[in-house]
Design a protein around this ligand. Sequence first.
Ligand code: ZN
Length: 458
Amino acid sequence: MKITFCGAAGTVTGSCHLVEAGGVRVLLDCGLFQGRREEEDYNRDPFPFDPARIDSLLLSHAHLDHVGLVPRLVREGFAGDIVCTPPTAEIAKLMLADSAHLQVEEAAYRARKARRRGEEAKEPLYDMGDVLMASSAFRKLVSYKEEVELKDGLSAVFHDAGHILGSANIELRCEGKTVVYSGDIGNRDQPIVCEPSVPPRADAVLIESTYGDRKHRPAEESEAELKEAIETVIGRGGNLLIPSFALERTQEILYELFLLWQRKELPECRIFLDSPLAIATTRVFARYLDYFDKEGREAFSHAPNPFSFPPLRYTQTTDESRRINAIPEGNVIIAGSGMCTGGRIIHHLRHNLWREEAGVIFVGYQAGGTLGRRIVDGADHVRIFGEDVAVRAQVWTVNGFSSHADQPILIDWLRAAAPKEAFLVHGEEHSLNGLARAAESQLSLKTHIAVRGESVNL
Ligand code: ZN
């Protein structure tokens, strides 16, 4: 068996690994490179394989850094089956449609700028037509723990990774060997999703290392901070903004707000979910209650529930969204994008950031260079739509809501898989090195940090 690391090797984004065994070729994920400009350029590099000769594409979960290049793969000739869980298939199609929309918008903007410089502009990576083509390739939907035959004696089993709805560790069985690809491993005690599965024993693993050098703070601290932010801001007559990722974090925040409301700890307020993508994703969640953990299924077994309780309103259209700004106080507004790089949150920031009584609470990671990061870092003025806006609103940053395993969880996962060989992927240099050191000192396991483009034989 031969594995080639095509992406998320030495970086966090662009997950893609090629497995070749006995004449069969399968891809594990086909993700978008995101973040730094030079990494985004990788999205246009030729694939280091012929897409037409790939038999199956196995997807661990629906985050764009794991599925975001699927439309390009299909356009360039991939004609095999996409294999994943049903929630991953449904959510991935939504994420890809949104991504195509952003790609096309961004390309048009760049084209205008390029024309003024007298230069040629790059085409969008893909458009909605490519996404529709790709959507029809989601043909092989699998349940957790079910063994699916791929081709010529190669089979796969998906195990619940507890990261986001439908996420999986993928076990490959071939030639009497077992290889497990972790995908992204979830955190413990996350709302809605189940605990990460104990992985099967494996000859080799490919394990993510996002927080390989870190231990998370307890989630209770973050829940208390969320409560404090709402009480403070609503109590003094302001609006509280929650920039949030549409997938998983938004549904978890709704869950936390519901618990506060149920315990009668939520002050009188209106909660707006102001993001069409988050609304669509939440609808998919509501159809897959059997993928929720026990508490999650209980919370949803009767009305009201976390997706439908009196203070919560869904604002689908731009008109509905605009009308929120006519109400100057008493609103908790959840909107994307999670790092304030676009989306409706920008309008809400423009309307509220300069108000002393308002507040912003960041519930997810803010990458360098984003508007979210500038606010978190304490900027006193920011540029929004070419206008200078003072930052007078109170800012909270909570770090305990994570859907990623920290070092102790990753080490437990490695201990259970007990591999002879472990390849570390999906991490920045410091996290990869941190996990490598911990595996060596705690498990006496020598690991190998994968390099992009490298192949290994098992
Ligand atoms: Zn993920």
